[in-house]
Design a protein around this ligand. Structure first.
Ligand code: NAD
Length: 426
């Protein structure tokens, strides 16, 4: 194969999140000495559904949207995973995200398997009625897959507690009675959990603290750059700021801002999620999303999309620690470069697991109709994150691998073990 062909193949792989997910699984399988037939089982999503459905728009026209729902491996429990509304979401990406959910739930040892869903749309260009119509119809289309015992969706990019409320209501209307446990990330008023909104950011803050200690530093006074100012990015900024870190840069889809002396996070949080919020901030320099990743800082938290740190910019990353708030922001090629340069990467399947941990708590509370105080939720979450972090560090040290491979070894091993114990039906 020529150099050009190799480069083209690598470029295609870097563009395919699922190809990256398989490459990561293969590496873990190598360390675990997994049987080839087990790797084949784990590589393939168990179920995939593509739906094309009509939605009545405000102007009376009808538009057809495409959506997906994927279940990866069911060995450890019901399927669990977010729903993404984004114009560039694809089946390939949904498969990768479902597989990453399987490993994530296994790494933090909660009894779920991985799922993911998405609708190709730009929620910012839909009215609130159109968004509701789209959600209710999409959920109806995928209702053959979801349920409190089979598959429990949650928020992801472009979806929020209101969308989760419509999901709960739609499913309950079909059943004829209220089923809060069918979805997590709901508003507290209808069976959501205290602490869920900030859970992913809280988990990221815990592991950032642990990771900095590991490299002989501390969170207090550390300079933090965050890409993405949605649910994950804004909660991370809030909690890092509260913990005494200096948040020097944040961004959203339009671009970012940078002030080496720190940003006024409490005032920025007032307009988080609103178009132009970040860009209207006066006391900072405007930067692009690409520039933000390369700024001088101690901790970099990519909390927007996958595939943003690649072999093209990994050499220029200045952070000492990268905590993956988003799913899949660092490609395998970039991982190798960062590892060589001594940049510690806390992988997504550990770093952003706070969301699914509190989603699990929400599901348990809904099933029991017995609700916990916020302190109890936060303490249980922080304990679970710290314990999982230490386990990943130990596993990585024992196997002389980076933290990502340490996490994969734990996650893949637990899923392979469950698959083996259950056996192959019939
Ligand atoms: P969100 O929709 O609330 O926020 C996304 C943010 O990314 C927004 O600020 C948006 O402007 C920005 N963005 C969108 N496209 C961008 C682009 N091309 N370049 C730069 N910024 C862009 O989504 P979220 O729930 O905060 O999720 C962010 C990431 O975290 C995703 O990768 C998601 O899978 C992951 N994640 C989310 C949760 C959760 O609980 N919500 C849990 C685990 C992982």
């Amino acid at each position: 194969m020529t150099q050009t062909m190799l480069a083209a193949e690598r470029h295609t792989e870097e563009k395919s999140a699922y190809a990256i997910a398989i490459r990561q699984l293969e590496s873990a399988a190598h360390y675990l000495n997994l049987d080839r037939s087990m790797v084949e089982v784990l590589k393939h999503p168990r179920r995939e559904l593509t739906v094309n459905f009509p939605v009545k728009m405000d102007d009376g026209s009808i538009r057809v949207f495409t959506g997906f729902r994927v279940h990866h491996n069911p060995a450890r429990g019901p399927a669990k995973g977010g729903i993404r509304y984004h114009p560039e979401t694809t089946l390939d990406e949904t498969r990768a995200l479902a597989m990453w959910m399987t490993w994530k739930c296994a790494v933090v040892n909660i009894p779920y398997s991985g799922a993911k869903g998405g609708v190709v749309c730009d929620p910012k260009r839909l009215s609130i009625h159109e968004l509701e119509n789209l959600t209710r119809r999409y959920i109806t289309e995928i209702s053959i897959m979801i349920g409190p015992e089979s598959d429990i969706p949650a928020p992801d990019i472009g979806t929020n507690p209101q969308v989760m409320a419509w999901i709960m209501d739609t499913y309950s209307m079909h059943k004829g009675y209220t089923v809060p446990a069918v979805v997590t990330g709901k508003p507290v008023a209808i069976g959501g959990s205290e602490g869920r909104l900030e859970a992913t950011g809280r988990g990221i803050t815990v592991v950032a603290h642990e990771a900095l200690q590991l490299v002989g530093s501390q969170l207090e006074g550390a300079r933090v750059a965050i890409q993405g100012f949605g649910n994950v990015g804004s909660a991370t900024a809030k909690l890092m700021h509260k913990a005494g870190a200096k948040v020097v840069a944040i961004s959203d889809v339009r671009g970012g801002i940078y002030n080496p002396n720190g940003l006024d996070i409490p005032s920025l949080l007032h307009c988080a999620g609103r178009d132009g919020c970040i860009q209207a901030y006066r006391d900072a320099e405007l930067v692009t999303n690409e520039q933000l990743l390369e700024l001088p800082c101690d901790v970099l938290v990519p909390a927007a999309l996958h595939g943003v740190i690649t072999n093209e910019n990994a050499e220029r990353i200045q952070a000492r620690v990268i905590v993956e708030g988003a799913n899949g922001p660092v490609t395998p090629d970039a991982d190798a470069i960062l590892d060589e340069r001594g940049v510690l990467v806390v992988p997504d399947i550990l770093a952003n697991a706070g969301g699914v941990i509190v989603s699990y708590f929400e599901w348990v509370q809904d099933l029991q109709a017995f609700f916990w105080e916020e302190d109890e939720v936060n303490n249980k979450l922080e304990r679970a994150m710290r314990k999982s972090f230490q386990h990943v560090v130990q596993t990585a040290e024992q196997n002389r691998v980076d933290l990502r491979m340490g996490a994969y070894i734990i996650g893949v091993q637990r899923v392979a073990e469950a698959t083996t114990i259950r056996g192959i039906y019939p």
